[in-house]
Design a protein around this ligand. Sequence first.
Ligand code: HPA
Length: 274
Amino acid sequence: MLSYNRVKTSARFILNQIETPLDIAIILGSGLGAYHERLENPVRISYEDIPDFPPATALGHKSMLAFGKLGGKSVAMMCGRYHCYEGYTMEQSAFPVYVLKELGVKVIIVTNATGCINTSFNAGELMLITDHIKLVSDSPLRGKNYDELGPRFNDMTYAYTPRLQRLARDAAKRLGITLREGVYAYMPGPSYETPAEIRALRTLGADAVGMSTVAEVIAASHCGLEVLGVSLLTNMAAGILDKPLTHSEVLEAGNKGSQTLSALIDHIISEIEG
Ligand code: HPA
């Protein structure tokens, strides 16, 4: 179970090995897997060595935290995340976010691969996440609340921080990158959605669908971190094209889009005021 003591224990283990203060944390989704190589003088800590960090097992994901300088900022990168389809709970998915907050991070950038629900979007483009829909009843905050971490009932109105959204829009404009905007729908996977589920999600107002991110964003909002979410649109969601979805297609599109996503994140990091 989540507890402030467990968060402190993991943070203390990491603090012994890194330079602080930290400014920004980034969760590297599919498409940004190699982004940690950009860090200057990196310190890398394997999840297996950190108390309460199980291994990240998803294909195409590493399993370590990397710390270093980037764009003049002190940055922590989560190389690999915990998905519920791996058998982890939402609380386990969210746990590292509290540890990053305890390490002094103020801003968290979450990236992921998603399928396009909005048919005016194209695979290979980026989407700024403006909000999310989580239809499953679980939450990383279910159970005892730790007031040291955040309030019992936290507000999600501005979970995706407006000033960071503006910054991302400006960065994309300056770099000539198409940045779509929309609502991310969480689905637990690991099956891709059915065409009927995609139609239902579209009716509900979703623009893209993925199997990660919302547990982390709920935790970040709970503990008062500013959040920026950027999706790499890797495929048209189920039923839009008359063909099945494959994970290799998602990974391939993730690799192709990685340069654009990296360029955008580079620019945003250098522009962010802490
Ligand atoms: N559905 C769910 N998750 C995804 C998809 C999708 O179509 N593409 C990439 N991650």
